[in-house]
Design a protein around this ligand. Structure first.
Ligand code: 5GP
Ligand code: MG
Ligand code: MG
Length: 187
């Protein structure tokens, strides 16, 4: 289940590939109901949302477009600061579009709350959020995502797009990273 080369780096597996696939399918049925008859623009937040975007987009039976944004929320290691900078902006004009932000995880909510304000200022018809994971204990900003995959405990997780120092994004499931990995000086 956990690839042998990273087995020692994880405390435990939190979500299997199958659990994620099943939940994404359920989220897609909700999204299809809510956006029936509309054109939808999925906005993925690089790089963590790459996997959830790929699976969500292929599971949806609606006409969709995909666009990408890269933001950095200053801060290092395992915490974000809420000071956000755009590294790559969207190519699409959001005017009168139905926009669905696709996110990997909502931790403090700082990044997402900044992103919502930013995209809403561009004149879209609507902006909603689909996030695979949410850590309710850690929320510092009130954000109201319309679609949530799983609420998870307040632990640092990796896999399915989520990294630590750019590693582990390619794990098929989501696991809790062992503290010994991020407490080593070399990171
Ligand atoms: P927030 O601004 O909500 O605190 O965090 C936003 C970003 O921090 C996420 O998009 C993600 O890139 C990163 N992040 C937050 N929690 C985790 C976590 O448990 N694991 C990993 N790998 N990244 C996280
Ligand atoms: Mg993210
Ligand atoms: Mg990261």
């Amino acid at each position: 289940m956990i690839p042998a080369d990273v087995e020692n780096d994880l405390v435990r597996l939190l979500l299997t590939e199958e659990q994620i696939r099943g939940r994404i399918a359920e989220m897609c049925r909700e999204i299809e109901r809510d956006y029936a008859g509309e054109d939808l623009l999925l906005v993925g937040v690089l790089r963590g949302a790459v996997m959830v975007m790929a699976d969500l987009a292929r599971e949806l039976t609606l006409p969709i477009e995909m666009d990408w944004m890269a933001v950095s929320s200053y801060g290092s290691g395992t915490k974000s600061s809420g000071v956000v900078r755009i590294l790559k902006d969207l190519d699409s004009d959001l005017h009168d579009r139905h926009v669905l932000i696709v996110e990997d995880i909502i931790d403090s909510g700082l990044t997402l709350s900044w992103l919502l304000d930013n995209l809403r200022s561009r004149g879209p018809a609507s902006v909603e959020v689909a996030a695979l994971l949410r850590k309710p204990d850690a929320m510092k900003m009130r954000v109201d995502p319309r679609y949530i995959g799983f609420d998870i405990p307040n632990e640092f997780v990796v896999g399915y797009g989520l990294d630590y120092a750019e590693r582990y994004r390619n794990l098929r499931g989501v696991g809790v990273l062992a503290p010994h990995v991020y407490s080593t000086p070399s990171q």
